[in-house]
Design a protein around this ligand. Structure first.
Ligand code: DCP
Ligand code: MG
Length: 429
């Protein structure tokens, strides 16, 4: 039994779950550091190059949103919608610094804080009434403390479970505070559109609407059998959410779920050799980042965006969690070679790795698996004599390759740390 399956006595009863999400986070940090940007449309993302830029928008302030600018939009489009906007590239180190400060503040309200992204976290504040007051007071205190200590505004949702708390924090952005009292879950969700079901993508939403479920309340009233017919295996999950039922505990110790690296080309690229070279480089950077975080992943994802912005992903799960450049590169290349571009050139290409496992994972099952992988690693190093240690081992041939590859990856990481990124894999071979 994994930790997430274990019975949690707090899960079923009246919990006080808080969801905090910072407003226009990257843009708000830039406004904080550069008061001259305030009051104007501010867009964080790749250089728009006077409308010829090829990257995407990370986020924008609420003034820019009025022009129709939003996250993940091509910067060229953002520029067309809002040419008078201020466009600036992201400064991740600063956002990360403030993110840490915010998470620290949240920990002063509860020991159970689950960070889910750079600007977002759940807190289980069950039983803190005597310390911080009832939900409205608690929410206001959290917002005020963040504001006082960082100068930034947060939106807060408070509800008996994670799903409703997350929906609530988004309803009155920016600077919102929205509360759903216990017992009012169905009423709270009832009139919201099915797009608000957590985890429902475009396909699920379309299926729901085709069956006549437009509002969450429509789904809550439906028979489970009907919902299963419409949505298959996921039916029950969404049906329970619609009824306001969500037992998931707040779990401490956030870990990223995936890691990725991508390149947008200045001009769309049609040449397969060039694309493979770029994938080669992306695999290098990505796996180096994986190793830096002591993480390994099982699922390799290839992302391709073609001329015209059509975007595709392909994924493949490898037998063992890995951080090995060669395995990840070859898996991505296989998917790339099998992908039919139908003659279209490539605008963006990237690789992601998900199903991540960390060496110091708190989950006992994962920890065990990670420890086994670590033993592999130490087995390799302890035999180190400047030769390919695989030759001394009694493992199957796959192990041999794995170990020499690992040695090569680590050597290259060290060289890059010392001499910079221009060190190339080829020079080692
Ligand atoms: N982000 C990004 N690319 C995306 C989405 C988000 O780089 N496609 C980054 C920039 C955001 C930050 O993550 O500032 C947090 O994401 P949110 O979805 O919470 O968006 P914001 O905080 O910017 O705005 P909101 O007020 O809607 O939460
Ligand atoms: Mg946010």
């Amino acid at each position: 039994m994994t930790a997430s399956e274990s019975p949690d006595p707090a899960a079923k009863s009246n919990r006080t779950i808080v969801h905090v999400d910072m407003d226009a986070f990257y843009a708000a940090v830039e406004e904080l550091d550069h008061p001259e940007y305030r009051g104007q449309p501010l867009i964080i993302g790749a250089d728009p190059k006077g409308g010829q830029g090829r990257g995407v928008v990370s986020t924008c302030n609420y003034i820019a949103r009025k022009f129709g600018v939003h996250s993940a939009q091509p910067v060229s489009q953002a520029y067309r919608l809002c040419p008078q906007g201020i466009f600036i590239p992201p400064a991740y180190a600063r956002y990360s610094e403030l993110s840490k400060a915010i998470m620290k503040i949240l920990q002063s309200f509860s020991p159970t804080v689950e960070q889910v992204s750079i600007d977002e976290a759940f807190l289980d504040c069950t039983g803190t009434e005597r310390l911080f007051g009832q939900a409205p007071e608690l929410g206001q205190r959290i917002k005020d403390t963040i504001r006082a200590e960082t100068g930034l505004t947060a939106s807060v949702g408070i509800a008996p479970n994670k799903y409703i708390a997350k929906v609530a924090s988004d309803l009155e952005k920016p600077d919102g505070l929205t509360i759903c009292a216990p017992g009012r879950e169905r009423e709270f969700l009832g009139r919201l559109p099915v797009e608000r079901l957590w985890g429902a993508g475009k396909k699920t939403v379309l299926k729901l609407k085709t069956c006549g479920y437009w509002q969450i309340g429509d789904l809550a009233k439906a028979e489970l059998g009907e919902v299963r017919k419409a949505l298959g295996n996921h039916g029950e999950h969404f049906w329970r959410l619609a009824k306001g039922l969500d037992d998931r505990p707040v779990r401490t110790g956030w870990r990223r779920k995936s890691i990725s690296e991508e390149t947008t080309f200045e001009h769309d690229v049609d040449d397969n050799d060039r694309l493979e070279q770029v994938l080669y480089k992306i695999a290098e950077t990505l796996t180096r980042n994986l190793r830096r975080e002591d993480a390994r992943g099982r699922t390799v994802v290839l992302k391709i965006r073609l001329t015209g912005f059509e975007t595709f992903t392909r994924s493949k799960t490898v037998p063992e969690p890995t951080d090995e450049t060669k395995t990840i590169r070859e898996t991505a290349l296989q998917m790339f070679r099998a992908f039919d571009r139908r003659g279209k050139a490539v605008r963006l290409i990237g690789i992601g790795v998900s199903n991540l496992l960390f060496a110091d994972d708190p989950d006992p099952v994962q920890k065990k698996a990670a420890r086994i992988s670590q033993m592999d690693l130490f087995g390799d190093l302890s035999q180190s004599s400047g030769q390919d240690s695989g030759e001394h081992s009694a493992g199957h041939p796959g192990d041999k390759r794995d170990r020499s590859e690992r040695r090569r990856d680590e050597l290259l990481d060290d060289l890059k740390d010392k001499f910079g990124n221009h060190i190339k894999r080829g020079s080692l071979l």
